[in-house]
Ligand binder design. Structure first.
Ligand code: PLP
Length: 355
């Protein structure tokens, strides 16, 4: 197979299953026998409308999303959702709660402040974001509570979602489809595609419809969720190829046994790696407590700083690429998204064992 010659531990974009890459490549040559590339077809063609419909149906099926929610395929990345979410959901005279667990949360907080009151309910900044705050006291009366479900850079993840009477707004860019979700708690879930879902260029938004249309400000047409609901994500030209590849990835997730199977597979892979980090005297985890550890981005460091480069060299030699940590944490980061096979995690563990 021409793909996945290396064990890809990069944090993104995009980590996709080998069969999905093969089908995507075939569609670039000739999409469903149309004699046209997927890159050339009209977004109004029945063939692409079928892709959009299937993508939406798969999101609903995989995550158990009811008709109370709209499923949208947008552009602008998760970074645009930082302000679009606040713009659509928060009035100037209202307050939303934000939990600050990393650089992406901090960016969401900065943007939301332009639209209304922001109450930072808890922050782990004091520990360079190496834990998820626990027992957060959440006052009532908030419009929503925003959190970053998985902190890609720092390797932390909410194991449980906080209890609140306000709907949760969650950035799930680096964990979408990796575990089952209590949908009844959420008002909005958004995710840039480019880790667990597809190529960069499409952003998934799952929004509870009854929360919309309540803000007093005038929303630019393109930034109003209701525009995209009314036009089924085709108000303007949608990112056809990223949506197609995302649909293929969701089909793959379904074929693996759905999100429940992904959850088991991810827990199993993460345990394999964390067990080695905890066992091997040359390494230690960077996250302060086990309950905060991410199953998607595993951050660790050498006990002896002099081992850093030699270990990365050993990883490269074994075909394990992308293990270098983010500059704001240092050390190592192994991103082990849905499509990462256990055999690749084992390959990294083998490098650690023989190092
Ligand atoms: N949120 C999280 C948790 C991320 O990991 C990232 C990107 O890595 C972003 C937001 C930014 O997403 P985008 O590049 O789609 O704007």
């Amino acid at each position: 197979a021409p793909y996945m010659k290396k064990h890809n531990f990069f944090a993104g974009p995009a980590i996709l299953p080998a069969p999905v890459l093969e089908q995507a490549a075939a569609a670039v040559s000739d999409f469903e026998g149309m004699g046209l590339s997927i890159l050339e077809i009209s977004h109004r063609s029945p063939q692409f409308v079928a892709v959009l419909n299937e993508a939406e149906a798969l999101v609903r099926e995989l995550l158990g999303v009811s008709d109370d929610f709209a499923v949208l395929f947008l552009t602008g990345g998760a970074s645009s959702q930082f302000f679009v979410s606040a713009m659509n959901l928060l009035n100037e005279d209202q307050t939303a709660g934000y939990i600050d667990t990393g650089a992406w949360s901090a960016k969401a907080i900065k943007e939301a402040k332009n639209f209304g009151g922001v109450n930072v309910l808890a922050s782990s900044k004091d520990g360079n974001y190496n834990y998820i705050p626990e027992n957060i006291e959440i006052p009532s009366g908030l419009q929503y509570v925003h959190l970053t479900a998985n902190n890609t850079i720092f390797g932390t993840q909410f194991a449980e979602f906080p209890e609140t009477d306000a709907p949760l707004v969650a950035d799930m860019s680096s964990e979408i489809f990796s575990r089952r979700l209590p949908m009844e708690k959420f008002g909005l879930i958004y995710a840039g595609a480019q880790k667990n879902m597809g190529p960069a260029g499409v952003t998934l938004a799952i929004v509870r419809k009854d929360l919309l249309g309540k803000v007093k400000r005038t929303l630019p047409t393109m930034l109003d969720y209701r525009t995209h609901i009314a036009k089924q994500s085709s108000f303007n030209t949608p990112p056809v190829f990223p949506i197609y590849v995302s649909m293929l990835t969701m089909r793959w997730v379904k074929a693996q046994g759905g999100v429940e199977a992904m959850e088991k597979h991810n827990a199993d892979k993460a345990q394999l790696l964390y067990d080695e980090i905890d066992r091997n005297p040359k390494f230690r985890g960077t996250v302060a407590n086990k309950a905060s550890r991410s199953l998607m981005n595993v951050t660790f460091e050498p006990v002896d700083e002099a081992d850093a480069q030699p270990f990365l060299d050993a990883c490269e030699a074994a075909g394990c690429v992308g293990v270098k940590g983010h500059r704001s944490v240092g050390g190592f980061r192994a991103s082990i998204y849905n499509s990462m096979p256990k055999s690749s995690v084992q390959a990294l563990v083998d490098v650690m064992k023989s190092f």
